[in-house]
Design a protein around this ligand. Structure first.
Ligand code: ASP
Length: 313
């Protein structure tokens, strides 16, 4: 039995600046989302696995400077970059992830290599970089990840901290957003996969790891329920084990994808001040893209239908 393939991608959620609501400045984001979702859609229609499709989409999002992953990743407090990524295959429950890499051009490829090697699920820091190098992945000077826009965001965040003297939470400045990228897919063979990649949060402490590379928190896929990729205030997604909670609600409580994703994004996360959203697809091809912020960069495509892209509600 073949399924109609489905792909959904996100480029982060948050207080998306009013400027990007204006059609001209939103256009580059829409164009990038459209091009990337179309490439993954075409791959799925040619018979690519869900795993290959989500990796392709996330690599393209990593290469795009508009999003906070790979080139264009946000800065840590020390003006460096530390990147996190994860991938999970819903058919086998195999998963791989890297945290705090500084030199791998496309961290999602390193996550996939960890998964394929099979001995471990999560590699961090210098060991993750060394593993990627050994596996022949493309390595870059850390300055490759930097863009002027992200440096400006860091300087704003640093200034806001000094003014606000508020060290109790995420160092977000008005107009900032979570720009993590992710993809979920259902392939022709009925298999699911999810992948997520991020620079983390602007002004994060060096060594901080978010939800993205933690299997179950920011990324999860299980053919029996759904594939999920999250974006938002990572600490709360970790505490809620958000991606796995969607799948658990479906698997144990018989909830639909819509019920499970709404419960997590609109109830569980807000109850602990969790801001953000997620993208999810189930084995029947249902897609849900809920968020509790002003916007979430997102796109999805079903079969050969024209893709939909959206930013605000
Ligand atoms: N969830 C990511 C993190 O906490 C941030 C994001 O979604 O942009 O690292």
């Amino acid at each position: 039995m073949t399924s109609t393939p489905v792909i959904a991608i996100h480029g982060g959620a948050g207080t998306i600046a009013a400027a990007s609501a204006d059609p001209t400045s939103a256009q580059p984001y829409r164009d990038a989302l459209h091009a990337i979702v179309s490439a993954a859609q075409a791959a799925l229609l040619r018979g690519a696995s869900a795993l290959d499709a989500v990796c392709l989409a996330v690599e393209m999002l990593e290469d795009c400077p508009l999003f906070n992953a790979g080139h264009g990743a946000v800065f840590t407090h020390d003006e460096t970059h530390e990147l996190d990524a994860a991938v999970m295959d819903g058919a086998s429950l195999r998963a791989g992830a890297v945290a705090g890499t500084t030199r791998v051009r496309r961290p999602v490829r390193a996550a996939r290599a960890v998964m394929e090697e099979g001995a471990h699920v999560l590699l961090a820091g210098a060991g993750a970089d060394a593993f990627a190098r050994e596996r022949g992945l493309e390595m870059v000077d850390p300055s490759y990840f930097s863009t002027d826009a992200r440096r400006k965001q860091l300087h704003q965040a640093l200034a806001a901290n000094r003014v606000a003297l508020d060290h109790d939470g995420a160092p977000l400045v008005e107009g900032s957003k979570f720009g993590t990228v992710g993809a979920v897919a259902l392939d022709l063979h009925g298999h699911l996969a999810a992948a997520t990649s991020t620079g983390g949060m602007t002004n994060k402490r060096v060594g901080r790891v978010g939800d993205t590379p933690l299997i179950g928190a920011g990324t999860y896929a299980d053919d029996r329920s759904a594939a999920v990729s999250c974006t938002g205030s990572g600490e709360m997604f970790m505490r809620a084990v958000a991606a796995y909670d969607v799948c658990a609600r479906m698997h144990y409580a018989g909830q639909s994808l819509q019920q499970a994703t709404e419960a997590v994004v609109m109830q569980t996360l807000p109850a602990i001040d969790g801001r953000g959203g997620l993208i999810a697809v189930d084995r029947l091809g249902n897609v849900c893209l809920p968020f509790n912020t002003e916007g979430m960069y997102r796109a999805h495509a079903r079969g050969a239908e024209l893709p939909h892209t959206a930013i605000h509600r």
